[in-house]
Each structure stands twice: as C-alpha cells, then as structure tokens.
Design a protein around this ligand. Sequence first.
Ligand code: BTN
Length: 320
Amino acid sequence: MTSRDKILSLFRSHPDAFISGQEISQQLNISRAAVWKQVELLREQGFEIEAQRSKGYRLVDGPDLLLAAEIEKGLNCSHLSTTLICLPELDSTNARARQLAEEDAAEGTVVIADRQSAGRGRLGRCWESPSAVNLYCSILLRPQIPVQQAPQLTFLSAVAVAETLQQLYRIDAKVKWPNDVLVDGKKIAGLLNEMNAETEQIHFVILGIGVNLNMSTEQFPEELNYPATSVLIETGQQVDRPAFVRALLQLLDDYYGEFLQQGFVSIRRRWETLCDMMSQRVSVDNSMFGTVVGLDSDGALRLQLDDGHIERVMAGDVRP
Ligand code: BTN
C-alpha cells in the first residue's frame, strides 16, 4: 500500500478528526517532511485537507477513491489479492496488469484505478471510465491449464460479477454470450480478458472487469452504441464501492479455486443458469438461426439449428 493510501485510510478511520503530523509519521514510519509532502500531493489530487499547527491534519472533503486498505478489510482470499494496487488514474488497468505480469508479478495481483484515460473495451472500442464512480479492475492469473481452456476464465468472471450484483443489490443480472453482464438487456458490466501464451503454455491471463456502479444516466456518452445501465440507475442507491469490490474478489477467488480443482463443469452450469438466452431461439449476425442449448468447454456457444444439428458459434452477434 502506498503512503498516500495509508494516509487516506487513517483519515477515513478518524472522520472529521485532526490527526497530528507526529502520529501520521509514526504510524507510517516516514518523516514529518514526507507526511507534509504526501498531504500536498493529496491536495493536488483534489483532496481538501485542513492543517492546523497545534492539531495536525483533517480531511474535509475529497473524491471517493477506492483504497486498498478498505478493500482488504475482512478479505480472505487463497489465490487473489496477493497484491492489491489501487491508483487514482491509469490509462488502462489491463495495460498496467500486463506490464506487471511481464515484470514477473505474482498470480493474484489486482490492479484497480479510479479513472481510466484509455479504458479498453472489446473489438478495439473504448470503455467509458469516469472518475470515482465505477470499478475498473484487472486481475493477473497464471493458471496451469491447457491454452484452449483459457476462455473458460471469461465465463468465470461473468458469473462472479452477475452473482455479486444479484447477491448485494437484488439486481436481476444476466450473462450474455460471450462476455457481457446485462440487466434488462442493458449492459452493466464488461469483461476483457487478455492472454499471453505459447502453443502449450499459458504465461498469464489478465481478467479485465469494468462494472458500472455509481454512474448516472448523464455520465454515459450519448453516442454509446448499446444500451447501458449502472447499479445506481437500477436501484436508486449509491453503492459502497469497497464493499462491492471485496464481495466480487471473494467470489472470484472461490470460483477460481473451484475451477483449478474441479475444472469448468460447475462454472459452466452457473453460467447457463444465468444466461437468459438458454433454450431461446436466437440469430447470429442475422444470418444463422437456432436454439441456444449451452456452452462448450472452449467457450463456444452451442446452437441447435432447425435441421437438428448442433452448430458451435465462436464469434458473432447473438440476438433474441
Ligand atoms: C467490453 O467491451 O465489454 C469490455 C470492457 C472491459 C472494461 C474493463 S475496465 C477494467 C479493464 N481495463 C480496461 O482497459 N478494460 C477492462
């Protein structure tokens, strides 16, 4: 955890109270001058911090940033969150996680940013990433599984996101092949998994997860080419973002452990239960028609065509 995060976490655990420079310097084991420097940096980042010579520092106001210390409270993971990196801004958490992976970062490293200046979506699109409202997160995994099974992890993250939304907010979140999470046909989360592998061996997989939490209707760009929503829009309630991240990481950790031990079977079953197109007649790219009958182990969608034979769909736009 950075000194900045530690100071913010100290302020948040003493709401409205002054904390002396001496106490901060002792708790963080840094000099008084270093404390002052961190306070100045926080001010530059938009935090209003009052300073009084006799009393110390007090956080008056500031952006609602995600802090590692708050997320870690009560988190009990076996595989994930070995290192939790929370930053105010990145170009893309996936890009940063990839960089860390190439520098040999450990499995389970989690990168979170409060804002992304170049958030990446699927098919080369941008992912709208305004400050302090949503979750933009990338998780580094190094699974010892055959390369062809790597797409299964996309379904694992879709299931964990949809179930966390259901459990915490009673939102009827569904999954849509290949990797969307929708509420009433509107996109609430997007997943972008990236892999680095040779023919036989996976070096790493990055699970990129973006969830619209406290984003208001006005914050969505008008030119968005799909309908979108957020937890705030669906429930009318502000989300406690650290609580959401904690619950999501915990569930991802459980499912990843289960996946490593038992394979894809139970994740696939959960995904099929959450998929509202199961057993429905759909079109793929408006050119192929059939009934969705399930998911294959390599992530292909199984479609039963009118002549009865099963077609495996690897790519395309699937619509009811
Ligand atoms: C999609 O197009 O549906 C996928 C969107 C994925 C967005 C997330 S936000 C965190 C991570 N970092 C990125 O740059 N993209 C993913």
